[in-house]
Design a protein around this ligand. Structure first.
Ligand code: ADP
Ligand code: ASP
Ligand code: MG
Length: 423
């Protein structure tokens, strides 16, 4: 008998009909002789709606109450799913994150799992029941409060359960057939990957491919959990996300490029006319760090001959960017810069592939493709297996398609997106 952990995302349980359909899938897995543990997300766009609601009553909603509110979404779907399964004649029990032993640190809105003690989940399995666990939520022992794992965090719930229960398989069910070479909502000719290494998946997830929560990929990598990302709307095999050390097992010949990710959640700040003397960057980024901002790309211009001043630009998540802007404006005299520019309309595109380590000319090909399309590159950054650029936000779709094509990733037919609003 195998133990299978399945995670169903919001678009897979968007309404009563979908919940019944998913219940049927779960029951089929159980009937095939497996133990089944399910992590479930809130129905459809419930989490977004709850967040909007919070902001309609408070300008800056209290972090503890915010988590109390948004975790209700998963509480609704887990109970409905358990009911639907019971209605099919199978035993099922739903558990909140805290009941399932999902212990986290105390960081509301972005908590990290520190321990998983799924005693009640085990008990349910031992008694032949299907366990349904609310995704995205946990519990902090010190504050005794409910926490959330960050947007998209139900994936991480599933991986943490799979690791703690030593599951045979961790399946992530979504509204697309797996991990594609780009988001099929913006690149219709993206193609599904049969396999991808966890390090490439980490880069894609970190750079905007929301098909998997980055923490879920990190956790799976650390704990050696192999993921199977697939659609709850079809029976097609999906994408296996595996640790590179296991490459031989999968007998995969890795393509040079795994895919292209895009990200519209970043803003850019440029501090111009900064005195070109030691310590200025340290001063600026200390202020940025005090605001808790997670900076991404940094570009410093070479100061013009004899001017003695330079410009520093960096990108950071839009959420919280205003705060950083205000803090830097307050420190204008102290830093001694001339001007601060804040741009929200930027988009980042990242090309990811472990083959970049050994292939030269990847950047040249990318830049030429954008040149031919008349698209201006704003910032550039690279890592061992990734090249990222920023362009004006309104050019992101076209630029992503152009890059996808230039690296020969286009399929000969359009990808299917089964559901969801892409929100
Ligand atoms: P769920 O609600 O099931 O968690 P998400 O909306 O979080 O689903 O993630 C699935 C979505 O991720 C897809 O509908 C797709 O638009 C988007 N996506 C972005 N990049 C990729 C990619 N490389 N491959 C597949 N889907 C992607
Ligand atoms: N419902 C949560 C969200 O929308 C968690 C998840 O779907 O993974 O972010
Ligand atoms: Mg998701």
């Amino acid at each position: 008998m195998s133990l299978i952990v399945q995670k169903y995302g919001g678009s897979s349980v968007a309404d009563a009909e979908s919940i019944k359909r998913v219940a049927k899938r779960i029951v089929d897995t159980r009937s095939a002789g497996n133990d089944v543990v399910v992590a479930v997300s809130a129905m459809g766009d419930t989490t977004d709606d709850l967040i909007d609601l919070a902001h309609s009553v408070a300008e800056r909603p209290d972090a503890r109450e915010f988590d109390m509110l948004v975790t209700t979404g998963e509480r609704v779907s887990m109970a409905l799913l358990a009911m639907a399964i019971k209605d099919l004649g199978f035993d099922a029990r739903s558990y909140t994150g805290s009941q399932a032993g999902m212990i986290t640190d105390s960081k509301h809105g972005d908590a990290r799992i520190v321990d998983v003690t799924p005693v009640r989940v085990r008990e349910a399995l031992d008694q032949g029941a299907i366990a349904i666990v609310a995704g995205f939520q946990g519990f902090n022992r010190d504050s005794r409060d409910i926490t959330t794992l960050g947007r998209g965090g139900s994936d991480t719930t599933a991986v943490a359960l799979a690791a703690a229960l030593d599951a045979d398989v961790c399946e992530i069910y979504s509204d697309v057939d797996g991990v594609f070479t780009a988001d099929p909502r913006i690149v219709p000719l993206a193609h599904k990957l049969d396999h991808i290494t966890s390090e490439e998946m980490l880069e894609l997830a970190a750079n905007g491919a929301k098909v998997l929560h980055i923490r879920a990929v990190e956790y799976a990598r650390r704990q050696g959990v192999t993921l199977h990302v697939r659609s709850s709307f079809s029976d097609l095999p999906g994408t296996i996300v595996y640790n590179p050390e296991r490459a031989e097992e999968f007998e995969v010949e890795e393509p040079m490029i795994a895919g292209v990710a895009h990200d519209l959640t970043q803003a850019k700040i440029t501090v111009s006319g900064v005195p070109d003397v030691p310590g200025k960057a340290a001063q600026i980024f200390a202020i940025v760090a005090e605001q808790g901002a997670n900076i991404d790309m940094i570009v410093q211009n070479v100061s013009g001959r004899g001017t003695g001043i330079t410009d520093i630009s960096f990108t950071l998540p839009k959420a919280g960017a205003e705060k950083v802007k205000r803090a830097l404006e307050e420190a204008k005299d102290e830093i001694g810069y001339e001007q601060l520019t804040f741009t929200e309309g930027i988009g980042k595109i990242s090309l990811v592939g472990s083959g970049m380590r050994t292939n030269i000319g990847v950047s040249a090909r990318l830049f030429e493709a954008l040149r031919d399309a008349g698209i201006n590159i704003d910032m550039i950054s690279t890592s061992e297996i990734r090249i990222s650029i920023t362009v004006r936000a309104e050019l992101v779709t076209e630029a992503t398609r152009v890059i996808h094509s230039a690296f020969g990733l286009d399929a000969d037919h359009e990808a299917v997106v089964y559901a969801g609003t892409g929100r």
